[in-house]
Design a protein around this ligand. Structure first.
Ligand code: FAD
Length: 472
């Protein structure tokens, strides 16, 4: 029999449920396939850095699979619908009997899979899907009324209770198969999609690097996470998001590694603070399945769709390019534009700034983030944006509006992060780093830095009025 593993967002050989299941029958021939879909990626505004990261990781997975005697083919369709035809042709050519794949939970992805399963079934090919990218499958953590939670804290509590009852298992990488290792690898052509170089020190390619980083973070740094996680000048978070978003790492590997180093990690405490972030990741994915409208650019709280957003290209561009005149916002946006990654506290600050200070539709921000982020992930990104826009589940109420200056003062007190990304403010003393124009005026210095695009106090009033009008 021939078993096909269709890789998508699961670019790893360890703890990969679909791959593991495909290899269970030692006599079966196992082949793997990845289908690039540049047209679909464009529609989803996938960032060229993420595309490059996926490409590099495919080369790595191909080598690892070849060691096990499994060839990985990389083919090209344009969009998801074309990819189903590519899949069918491949199955025919290789006389595939069974398909194994891991679920994706976004609506376009689910529609594609439904079509693929149906059409393969007509070709007498049986498909089997797996809940692999989550600790617990969507729909398995519900309220007493058997509904999905709308608020995070009780979800997290119920989630941990489930983990206490039993942990999801990790599965090993496959045993080498007959003919392993393969000597000749199928060619992987570059994607017909813009690829942009990324910092390979920060985002080292491959499963081995990801596991190494997880191991390192789970030892000491995780115990300091609660203390440093909000300080962008400190390297206090795991930086594992890109691996989790592309499936180079599984959340089960994270959980087991954490509990190995800190057996009490499921109990409230310092280490749990980090685990709780992984549970946020689960929360947003479970929400997508319960409310597919979240994938369709719709707010969770419907009335927020009546907010009259500003159409202001110039201000949107100032935000995108890091020229708003608010140092913490601009430093953060330049970090995003350069690295394809932004610190979580800063994601919250810049998202709040776009929506609540500039009164620009959160979907503009969501789209721009996707176009830049190496760790872009629909569920987490949409969740984060709807949180900031007060339109989502468990959102900050609309009248809670971050003050970008005091946020900067709280989380980057001496301006260490700001100076790193805005060298033009190097000479500004610590005391004035969050309001450099005050200092420049006082001292008759001219700064090569734009004045604030809006006055925060005025902007706040305008936003409150716009939300109140929409609610009525
Ligand atoms: P750590 O703090 O070490 O957290 C560990 C892991 O938990 C992360 O790698 C991530 O997988 C998960 N996680 C942490 N925080 C969150 C969260 N709030 N929601 C969901 N999962 C979380 N994360 C993405 O992975 N992709 C995105 O596209 C994305 N967009 C965001 C947009 C906005 C507006 C906001 C406010 C947050 C967004 N996040 C996104 C969540 C978070 O900012 C990043 O996951 C985090 O900064 C990644 O750094 P880290 O790996 O060092 O995280």
């Amino acid at each position: 029999a021939t078993h096909l593993v269709w890789l998508r967002n699961d670019l790893r050989i360890h703890d990969n449920y679909a791959l593991h299941a495909a290899c269970r029958d030692a006599d079966a021939t196992v082949v793997a396939l990845f289908i690039a879909t540049p047209g679909q990626w464009k529609a989803h505004t996938m960032s060229p850095k993420q595309a490059a990261f996926i490409y590099q990781n495919l080369l790595d997975v191909q080598r690892s699979l070849a060691e096990k005697g499994i060839p990985l083919h990389v083919l090209h369709g344009d969009d998801f619908s074309a990819s189903v035809n590519v899949l069918k042709d491949f199955c025919q050519q290789h006389q595939v009997d069974r398909l194994f794949y891991n679920y994706q939970y976004e609506v376009n992805e689910r529609d594609r899979d439904a079509v693929a399963e149906r059409e393969l079934f007509d070709m007498a090919i049986v498909s089997q899907g797996f809940d692999d990218s989550l600790l617990l499958p969507p729909g398995s953590v519900l309220t007493g009324n058997r509904e999905m939670y709308k608020v995070f804290t009780p979800f997290s509590r119920a989630f941990v209770k489930r983990l206490h009852e039993g942990l999801p298992e990790c599965v090993p990488s496959p045993e080498p198969r007959r003919g392993a290792p393969l000597k000749k690898l199928p060619e992987i052509k570059p994607f017909a999609y813009p690829l942009e170089e990324f910092d390979q020190q920060l985002f080292a390619v491959g499963e081995r690097a990801a596991l190494q980083q997880l191991r390192q973070f789970s030892q000491q740094p995780v115990t300091k996470y609660a203390e440093y996680r909000d300080i962008p000048a400190v390297d206090g978070t795991s930086r594992l998001s890109v691996y989790l978003a592309t499936g180079v790492l599984s959340p089960r590997q994270c959980l087991h590694r954490l509990l190995k180093e800190h057996p009490g990690g499921l109990e409230e405490g310092k280490v749990f603070v980090w685990l709780n972030e992984l549970i946020w990741r689960e929360f947003y994915r479970h929400l997508l399945v319960a409310w597919p409208k979240l994938c369709r650019h719709q707010p969770f709280i419907s009335w927020t769709d009546s907010v009259k957003w500003q159409q202001n290209r110039q201000q949107l561009q100032a935000w995108q390019q890091g020229n708003t005149g608010y140092p913490i916002v601009d430093a953060a946006m330049r970090q995003l534009n350069t690295l394809g990654w932004m610190h979580n506290r800063l994601r919250m600050i810049v998202a709040s700034f776009l929506v609540k200070d500039l009164l620009i539709d959160w979907r503009e921000g969501e789209r721009y983030f996707m176009s830049q982020l190496i760790d872009g992930d629909l569920a987490a990104n949409n969740g984060g944006w709807q949180w900031a826009a007060s339109s989502g589940n468990d959102a900050a109420p609309y009248f809670r509006i971050f003050n970008p200056t005091t946020q900067g003062e709280r989380f980057d007190k001496e301006g260490e992060f700001i100076r790193k990304w805005l060298p033009e403010l190097k000479a500004v003393p610590d005391k004035f780093i969050h309001q450099p124009h005050h200092w420049a005026e006082k001292n008759g210095v001219s700064l090569d830095y734009p004045p604030p695009v809006v006055d925060h106090k005025e902007a706040r009033k305008r936003t409150l009025a716009a939300f109140e009008a929409a609610r009525e």
